[in-house]
Design a protein around this ligand. Structure first.
Ligand SMILES: [Mg+2]
Length: 192
């Protein structure tokens, strides 16, 4: 029998399709080129009003990404073990569970991890990848892909970071880039 590959999946933009992803790339560009902010930090909403807006934006992750069925098949056939690693801040956790239940997806995950201590999302994911001994991590945020790739260079084990790109940054060259979850999963199976 083939060995199961330990896969980590980001939630927004990977497991769930989020139309707001298209907005994020120009924002990242604006932040680094125009404002000159190089350090990787994520905005954390502090006021109730900004939390409300943030929730609205995340509620737009309405649909499971293309690849949901293949994901379920691979798990049910014991080919992969999947860990959900969401950088979402703690005040969004109830939404995450109800979303997974709505699409009958809660049970396919070996573990469900969200950012309950409100750490910076890239740091949170870095820790989880190591704790869960994840071999392939699928992420849609290019800044996080880049960060994790760098951090893995100093880490003994080989972890591959797969990137789900979007319309705006599709031209960026990267070895493991895919348009949506299904294509990433097909590539993961070839890794076996
Ligand atoms: Mg994401």
């Amino acid at each position: 029998m083939k060995r199961k590959i330990r896969v980590g999946l980001d939630f927004d933009g990977v497991v769930a399709y989020n139309p707001f992803r298209i907005v994020r790339a120009p924002w990242a560009f604006f932040k680094s080129r125009i404002l000159g902010i190089r350090k990787l930090t994520f905005f954390y909403p502090k006021t109730n009003f900004s939390k409300f807006i943030w929730k609205l934006m995340h509620d737009s992750s309405i649909f499971p990404a293309k690849g949901k069925n293949l994901l379920m098949d691979l798990v049910n056939n014991d080919l992969i073990e999947v860990h959900l690693v969401s950088g979402r801040f703690s005040f969004l956790d109830d939404h995450l569970y109800s979303w997974l239940d709505r699409y009958g997806m809660r049970k396919i995950f070996k573990s469900i991890n969200w950012n309950r201590k409100d750490k910076q999302p890239h740091k949170f994911k870095e820790e989880l990848i190591r704790n869960k001994k994840i071999e392939i991590f699928v992420e849609d945020n290019w800044d996080i892909v880049e960060y994790l790739g760098e951090s893995n260079k100093n880490y003994g084990k080989r972890v591959k970071i797969f990137w789900i790109y979007n319309l705006v940054d599709r031209l960026r060259k990267y070895e493991y880039k895919y348009p949506y979850l299904e294509k990433a999963l097909e590539a993961i199976i070839k890794e076996q």
